[in-house]
Write a new protein. Structure first.
Length: 206
């Protein structure tokens, strides 16, 4: 083999080696070794077009099962509503920095008959299907601003409220919570309604 052919062969082998090394380096940069996080849908109220949009992802509340995240004093009575042998006492209606209002209360069965929560979910079929035995039908009304605020729900229509409420036998109580988009800070009082209960007025704190 001539010196010229040997030199050419060595150059070709060196080029192949460099190319392979660069390919491996680029492949390593493109793979971080982990699964890409899924994009979560932001929480927003649905329903009629007049429902205001919720705040963006910042301060987004987490969905709860059967109790609110923050404990409240059960002896505080902010408002009261009655309906079908039941009493709903509101302990707190609090605005937070994320642009939400959380309403917390207790529903008590004052009768001797067992009562269930089937009527509290409201008339929205999808909401009712995704949130059986819940308080998803609750609304807030800003009479001054002439706006109605519906319960917050995620992209799959799961409400940010108490769900899976068991039937209440006579004398039993259950804690409930509901989250809504926050009215303007200039609005400090709203009307609260839960289906089958009377309407009551709430003062928003925070």
């Amino acid at each position: 083999m001539s010196i010229r052919r040997t030199t050419s062969t060595r150059r070709a082998m060196a080029a192949v080696t460099v190319t392979a090394a660069l390919t491996l380096a680029l492949a390593s940069c493109g793979d971080d070794g982990g699964e890409q996080p899924r994009s979560e849908g932001s929480v927003a109220p649905s329903g009629p077009a007049t429902t205001p949009s919720a705040a963006e992802d910042k301060g987004e509340p987490q969905q709860e099962g059967t109790a609110a995240g923050e404990s409240v004093d059960p002896n505080v009575k902010l408002a009261e509503a009655r309906g079908e042998g039941l009493t709903l006492v509101i302990h707190q209606a609090k605005r937070d920095s994320g642009g939400f209002v959380t309403v917390q209360g207790t529903i008590t069965n004052d009768s001797e008959e067992t009562r269930n929560s089937s009527g509290w979910v409201g008339s929205e079929s999808l909401l009712a299907a995704q949130n059986p035995n819940s308080v998803a039908g609750a609304t807030l009304v800003d009479k001054e601003g002439k706006k109605r605020y519906y319960i917050l729900r995620d992209t799959e229509s799961r409400c940010l409220c108490t769900t899976d409420i068991p039937p209440l036998v006579g004398g039993r109580s259950t804690p409930v919570f509901m989250q809504f988009p926050s009215p303007p800070r200039t609005t400090t009082e709203v009307d609260f309604n839960l289906p089958t209960f009377g309407t009551t007025s709430l003062k928003i704190s925070g």
